[in-house]
Design a protein around this ligand. Structure first.
Ligand code: NAP
Length: 477
């Protein structure tokens, strides 16, 4: 009976792991992402059900109540969260994962010491890593959440000797970890009556609690000096950390998948911004305003404004239009309006495509998700490499709330902070119309020569309102 149960659990875990892997694979393309999510969710349900068969489960009631509360919260937040608030929701969920890893590790330590069971170096190391990484991820994610939700200032918070202080806290965590492992090591024949066992236990638990506190502090101190816009990268790093710390077989598989994909995502995001992971973590990007540089470079440049009516005419008479969405599209929630405009143009015989930059918006896949929500057909979405060669033959590029990802300085100006970041070459198109509210900067805080280009016309206003007005003008054009 027990063997049967054991093999049911083991084979369910294998099935769940396979579903996770195929689910992840499908997440890599917008057209299969929904079914990928579904596969992974089925895998998770199987893994949970199999774990409940485990003999060590003490109370099914607690689990049932926990599952119910979690499910209600998950459904509520999944349905109500705004697209622009997605990064902070991920931060919060990740923080919960970190807290769980830390609490499970501390609870395991308390259980082993209370029952007097043996604790080898491997087990003690896993407890130390779980507590430290879980606690860092927890407070780090909570600070990331605070910055993204604008409860905390988004600018990097810096103070003198910050790196030294952080380095010392990290050192303390490592030393305390070594103390925990070395004082529990050899407690194979642990006895509550044995004086040396008891004093080793007292040292280990004292050190573990201080380590827990120091790691909580380290998480907060580590994220505070990082700018709000870099939080998606930070969350991805913290997420990959939590992946590597969990115990049970299924959690190890899921953890390795989370860890590996989080690491890859971190690297991809950094590459797309042409910044090293170290620069994201320690560069305090956005700490100093580039306003001076911006106003200096703007001197002597002319901004050419346009109207919704003229925009409608330019679009109606174009053969090919490429729409470039950016963060402003998300802020204005203009995805449906832009799709309606595109449909109208197509019905007039205009060839419409969307150019998707990998780091447009504030989280990976931000634009894909928004446009998918508005039912934009996937075959109209072109990636940077596909579309860049087509710009010279494009009659009109409509830039909707994008800024940094179309800034030619990233390609042409070696002194620019974003020099080297791959961009969409919209300045090579025949006409450019930019929809934004003002001459305000984007995430990198720098001016954009595209807006002063002789081929560029600026249509100022909230992107959704402007698109609605262009749509109306198009109908009467
Ligand atoms: P961006 O450079 O941040 O610029 C967004 C522009 O949207 C702003 O200049 C703003 O100008 C405009 N805007 C804001 N609200 C608007 C509204 N309601 N209507 C119309 N326009 C509006 O955006 P991006 O070109 O998408 O570039 C993304 C940036 O974020 C890159 O620098 C990237 O490196 C960074 N980043 C991305 C990720 C990611 O994973 N995607 C992660 C971290 C950092 P106004 O204020 O004048 O309207």
């Amino acid at each position: 009976m027990l063997d049967l149960r054991g093999s049911v659990i083991a084979s369910s875990y294998i099935v769940a792991a396979v579903l996770f892997i195929f689910g992840l694979k499908q997440l890599s393309s917008p057209s299969t992402a929904r079914s990928g999510n579904r596969l992974a969710a089925i895998g998770m349900a199987i893994a949970l059900a199999a774990t409940l068969l485990d003999r060590q489960i003490v109370s099914f009631w607690t689990i049932a109540i926990g599952t119910l509360i979690g499910a209600v919260m998950g459904v509520y937040f999944g349905r109500t969260v705004q697209m622009t608030a997605m990064p902070q929701m991920v931060a919060l969920f990740n923080g919960m994962g970190g807290a769980t890893a830390a609490l499970v590790s501390v609870a395991e330590f308390l259980r082993l010491t209370r029952t007097g069971e043996s604790m080898g170096a491997g087990e003690a190391t896993s407890i130390v890593l779980g507590t430290a990484i879980g606690a860092v991820s927890f407070t780090g994610s909570i600070i990331a959440f605070g910055k993204l939700q604008e409860i905390l200032p988004g600018k990097p918070l810096q103070f003198p000797l910050q790196r030294l202080v952080n380095g010392l806290i990290l050192l303390a965590v490592i030393v305390l970890g070594v103390i925990v492992v070395s004082s529990t090591n050899g407690m194979f024949a642990f006895s509550l009556a044995d004086q040396s066992s008891l004093s080793a236990l007292a040292t280990a638990s004292g050190a573990l609690w201080i380590l827990f506190g120091a790691a909580l502090l380290l998480g907060a101190m580590f994220v505070l000096p990082i700018g709000g816009g870099d939080m998606p990268v930070v969350i991805s790093i913290l997420n990959s950390l939590t992946g590597f710390v969990l115990h049970n077989q299924m959690l190890v598989v899921a953890g390795v998948l989370v860890g590996a994909s989080g690491t890859l995502l971190t690297l991809l995001m950094s590459t797309a911004m042409n910044r090293s992971v170290a620069n994201v973590l320690f560069g305090a990007f956005g700490a100093t305003g580039n306003d001076l540089a911006a106003s200096a470079s703007a001197v002597g440049h002319t901004v050419r404004q346009t109207t919704p009516e003229d925009t409608a005419i330019a679009l109606a008479y174009a053969r090919s239009v490429v729409i470039v969405p950016g963060y402003g599209l998300a802020v204005a929630e203009a995805q449906h309006t832009v799709r309606e405009l595109a449909t109208d143009l197509e019905s007039r015989g205009v060839n419409v495509k969307y150019a998707i930059h990998p780091v447009a918006g504030r989280m990976p896949g931000h634009m894909n998700v928004l446009l998918a929500e508005a039912n934009v057909p996937y075959d109209q979405l072109l990636e940077m490499d596909q579309v860049n060669g087509q710009f010279p033959q494009t009659d009109v590029v409509l830039v909707v709330g994008a800024n940094d990802v179309v800034n030619p300085a990233a390609r042409d100006d070696p002194s620019s902070p974003i020099y080297g970041m791959p961009i969409l070459d919209v300045d090579r198109a025949r006409n450019i119309i930019v929809l934004k509210r003002s001459m305000g900067h984007g995430f990198a805080g720098i001016d954009n020569a595209l807006f002063y280009h002789e081929k560029t016309r600026m249509l100022f206003g909230d992107a959704r309102q402007s698109l609605t007005q262009v749509g109306q003008a198009l109908k009467s054009a």
